[in-house]
Design a protein around this ligand. Structure first.
Ligand SMILES: [Fe+2]
Length: 511
């Protein structure tokens, strides 16, 4: 860490969404320079979750949920192939320096405007970092090798250091073929093997991976990320980066969030000892005010148990999968505090935060999110107003913030909304669009047809391509005895691109 007076100008943030509406990007004067980075029209197919073909290509999600997640068995086959190639494989990369920094972007790969909007701000605050991690869902919708050029190599051509990744459910929809080629330089394919009559149905419905042309992939890598400092492979779909001050561990949680027993044994091994640890995971352990412990194949223990074990010395856990930023600062019975972070705002469509109840897993004042719940409600109310052609549904950011504060019985974050009283209309819109009442996760009075759509589809259909995007990314700075996690907001506005607002920051003592 450098002292504040030595911080380069690009890292002195502008107003954040917590300070003003302009800080949230509501008063966007000009579009960011990211528009110049976009491929020219026609070079890339427009990505939209409203396209039936895109949803059909992600169907392995519900096949896995209906017939059983095949990821554990397929991952074992991949690991066997990795061990055949390198019998001494340890899954660990070593860093000699005590001090290092890295960027973390979750859920990146749509290849569209919202992904590119993150690029200039992340280069402004993180070009000097030692490496970057993509935490879950590198490639939408189906993890295909053929999509890596447009959705990974090309967008990050300007980032000078290596990029590592952990796979998300979407990367698993092609059986991890694209991911293993791109990040581990390993070809081949391993199909799921369901048994019995139901297994036949599952095999019929399961989407087969698209073609993987190794020559094309190598050419794309060479074209966009071929510099000496950019070239890097990682040991496997799960890995550790071991430094003298902190061990960063990345796990692969497959399609539905569990890990296989071999990976669990490895995780316990690398979690042992007094060195402080940071876990990166495809699925967050605490999200939307719920603990999702992460099952382990064939046993009662969970990933959450491994993290909470005092012998393992975890200080923080960061997961992707949900496309916004959340931080739960949780103090355990033995007095230790672990930061549970959701960081899935690195490029893809935005998941709502206004549906998060007043928190119970930690006190509300130990919780942070981006976008603020009021901004999320305002953004969604405008979308619904447009789709349903009902102008009265649209709430401006101030009245949305006041309506959220009223339903959750708490204050507003931005001072400008502090004295506003929500109208009856604003309260009704908040209820209709899913703002919980106090601690209750789901309101009862739900009449709009949109409410019948599961949350997942309401957000996925809300993929928008204009500022404010409410994207975010993390910069992590490790010194000999501290870890600082900073969350930067991305609105897509030109004014904020060079000095993106810091929406949250926490410094953790490592000793
Ligand atoms: Fe995702």
């Amino acid at each position: 860490m450098v002292a504040d007076d030595q911080v380069p100008p690009s890292r002195i943030p502008s107003d954040s969404s917590r300070d003003s509406e302009a800080g949230a990007g509501w008063e966007c004067g000009r579009a960011g320079s990211f528009v110049d980075l976009l491929p020219s029209a026609g070079q890339v197919r427009q990505f939209s979750w409203r396209h039936p073909g895109v949803l059909w290509r992600s169907r392995n999600d519900w096949v896995a949920k209906a017939f059983g997640d095949p990821s554990n068995a397929v991952r074992r086959a991949w690991v066997r192939a990795l061990r055949e190639r390198d019998p001494g494989l340890s899954f660990t990369m070593r860093r000699e320096a005590k001090e290092f920094s890295f960027l973390l972007l979750g859920d990146t790969g749509e290849g569209d405007r919202s992904q590119y909007a993150v690029v200039p701000p992340m280069l402004a605050v993180g070009k000097d970092t030692d490496f970057m991690v993509v935490c879950s869902d590198v490639i939408y919708p189906g993890g295909d090798a053929a999509d890596y050029e447009a959705k990974f190599f090309r967008p990050y051509t300007g980032y000078p250091a290596p990029i590592y990744a952990i796979p998300g459910n979407h990367d698993w929809y092609d059986g991890l073929r694209g991911f293993m080629r791109a990040f581990c330089d390993l070809g081949g394919a391993h199909d799921p093997s369901w048994r019995g009559p139901l297994g036949r149905a599952a095999r019929l419905l399961w989407r087969r991976p698209g073609p993987a042309d190794d020559g094309e992939l190598a050419a794309a890598r060479e074209r966009y990320r071929g510099e000496e400092g950019q070239r890097a492979f990682q040991p496997g779909p799960y890995w550790a980066i071991d430094s003298p001050s902190l061990r960063v561990i990345g796990i692969d949680t497959g399609i539905t969030g569990g890990i296989d027993r071999d990976q669990a044994a490895w995780l316990r091994e690398v979690s042992a000892g007094p060195k402080p640890k940071l876990l990166l995971t495809g699925k967050p352990l605490i999200v939307d005010d719920q603990v999702r412990p992460g099952p382990i194949e064939g046993e009662r223990g969970t990933v959450h148990d491994i993290v909470a074990d005092p012998a393992h010395h975890y200080v923080a856990v960061i997961g992707g999968d949900i496309h916004n930023y959340q931080r739960y600062s949780r103090t355990l019975e033995d007095g230790r505090t672990i930061e549970y972070v959701v960081a899935g705002g690195g490029g893809a469509f935005m998941h709502a935060t206004h549906t998060i109840p007043k928190t119970t897993v930690v006190p509300e004042d130990a919780f942070r999110c981006y976008p603020l719940r009021g901004d999320s409600l305002s953004r969604y109310s405008r979308l619904y107003a447009q789709w349903l052609r009902m102008k009265w549904l649209a709430l401006d950011p101030g009245e949305a913030a006041a309506a959220v504060a009223d339903r959750l019985d708490m204050g507003t974050t931005r001072a400008s909304a502090r004295d506003l009283r929500p109208s009856r209309r604003a309260r009704l819109v908040a209820a209709l669009l899913g703002v919980p009442y106090r601690h209750r996760p789901r309101p009862r009075l739900l009449r709009l047809p949109v409410r019948r759509l599961p949350q997942r589809f309401r957000s996925e259909f809300a993929d928008w391509d204009r500022p404010p995007f409410f994207k975010s990314f993390l910069r992590l700075d490790v010194t000999g005895d501290t870890l600082t996690i900073s969350c930067y907001g991305v609105s897509g506005c030109g004014e904020q691109e060079d000095r993106p607002p810091c929406e949250d920051r926490v410094t953790i003592r490592l000793r």
